[in-house]
Structure formats: structure tokens, C-alpha cells
Design a protein around this ligand. Structure first.
Ligand SMILES: Nc1ncnc2c1ncn2[C@@H]1O[C@H](COP(=O)(O)OP(=O)(O)OP(=O)(O)O)[C@@H](O)[C@H]1O
Length: 201
């Protein structure tokens, strides 16, 4: 499977925010996107996810077969927001996403265990701390399978131990043939990742 981005341009509110962006990822590859505030990192990720139209260029998932007929169908998108309902419990939120997304992957209890929060499935999401909320949002990546993870500031609010735990999850996803595109201001422990520095000419 290959994710091909060719000569992309993105716009917000009628203004071009970036142009001439290109990259190619194969199974197991990761791309780290960096650049100053407002340069268009989130816009790029949302375009790859199919949530925003491109102003120009071509995005394609090659070799996805019948299971992943287009790029959007193959993507998990973890945005700045955690996309969880505060009144529902952690388990209810994750069960919703597993059923909504399809392609059930890890059991909910295993996913919670892998983000170090095995004991809080019964709590309303709204009771959780900032870092705990982010870790539950990360657990969503594990309960339904998608080969492409699009991660916008995934480690914002995480402590050191949780950062390391998430690095292991990203590495396992890539070892399994998955792909990652991550926008970040913080160092991410993604070995051998390609780098895209937006705004550096
Ligand atoms: N809905 C919108 N309408 C108009 N302009 C927008 C909209 N959303 C974002 N923008 C503008 O698009 C540009 C790119 O924003 P974007 O969020 O992609 O940047 P970013 O590189 O992710 O920034 P940060 O590092 O602060 O997260 C900014 O100038 C922003 O003001």
C-alpha cells in the first residue's frame, strides 16, 4: 500500500495557506510535519483525511484493494479535539467509535490497558484529566483498525511515561505495515520518519 501526495495546495477562507507539498509513504513509513503556528499543518492533515477539499494536487491511496477503496476510508484522524462525549463513560465512548468505524481491532479492555488506563473504563469521560483524555483518544486508534494514522499534536498534554507508551504504539503500528502522518511541535520518538518542514521554502 502507498500513500501518494503530489503537489498539494490548501486554502482556508479563500486564502492559500500552502502549496507545492509532496510526499510518498509506503507500508511502515511515517512522516513528521513541523512548522510555525498557522503554516497549515492541521489544514494538510484534514485534507489528507478527506475533511477539507484540496485547492490543487493529488492525494491517493494505492493498493488499498476492496477493503480500503479510497484514502479517507483508510484513515484514523486524531485532531486537536478528542472527539469523545463527556457524559458517556470511557467504555461507552470507545464502544461507540468501534461500532461506528467498523473493522473492530483490539478489545476495549486491551486498548485501555495499552494506554495505561485499564481501571477507568467506568468513569464519565468528562471526569478525566487532560492527559487521560488524550490517552483515551489514542485508545480509539486501537479499537478499530485503520492503516493510516493522521495525528495532530498527538502528545499535547501527555506526561513523559505516556509519551513513551504512545511511541511504542506508533512503532508497533508501523511494524505492522501501517503508516503515520503526524503534525507536532514536540519531538516524537518515531525512528526513521520522513520530515516535512512546512514554511521553510
Ligand atoms: N475555518 C477557517 N477559516 C479561515 N481560515 C482558517 C480556518 N481554519 C484555519 N484557518 C487559517 O488557516 C491557516 C492554517 O491553519 P492551521 O490550523 O492549518 O495551522 P497549523 O500549522 O496547524 O497551526 P498550529 O501550529 O497553530 O496548530 C491559519 O492562518 C488559520 O488562521
Amino acid at each position: 500500500m502507498r500513500l501518494v501526495a503530489d503537489n498539494l495546495a490548501g486554502e482556508r477562507g479563500g486564502e492559500t495557506v500552502f502549496s507545492g507539498i509532496g510526499f510518498t509513504l509506503g507500508g511502515g513509513d511515517a512522516l513528521v510535519v513541523t512548522g510555525p503556528n498557522g503554516i497549515g499543518k492541521s489544514t494538510l492533515l484534514r485534507a489528507v483525511a478527506g475533511l477539507l477539499p484540496l485547492a490543487a494536487g493529488r492525494l491517493a491511496l494505492e493498493g488499498g484493494g476492496e477493503k480500503w477503496p479510497n484514502l479517507a476510508s483508510a484513515c484514523h484522524y486524531l485532531g486537536h479535539q478528542n472527539a469523545m462525549k463527556t457524559a458517556l463513560t470511557v467504555t461507552e465512548n470507545l464502544a461507540f467509535w468501534r461500532d461506528f468505524l467498523g473493522e473492530a481491532h483490539l478489545p476495549l479492555s486491551d486498548a485501555l490497558d495499552m494506554v495505561g488506563l485499564a481501571d477507568i473504563g467506568h468513569l464519565p469521560f468528562g471526569y478525566l484529566s487532560t492527559g487521560q483524555r488524550r490517552r483515551i483518544a489514542i485508545a480509539r486508534l486501537l479499537v478499530a483498525y485503520r492503516p493510516v494514522w493522521l495525528l495532530d499534536e498527538p502528545t499535547a498534554g501527555l506526561d513523559r511515561a505516556s509519551e513513551a507508551q504512545f511511541a511504542d504504539l506508533m512503532a508497533a503500528h508501523c511494524e505492522d505495515g501501517g503508516m503515520i502522518v503526524a503534525a507536532t511541535h514536540l519531538p516524537l520518538a518515531l525512528e526513521n520518519a520522513q520530515q516535512l518542514r512546512m514554511g521553510s521554502g
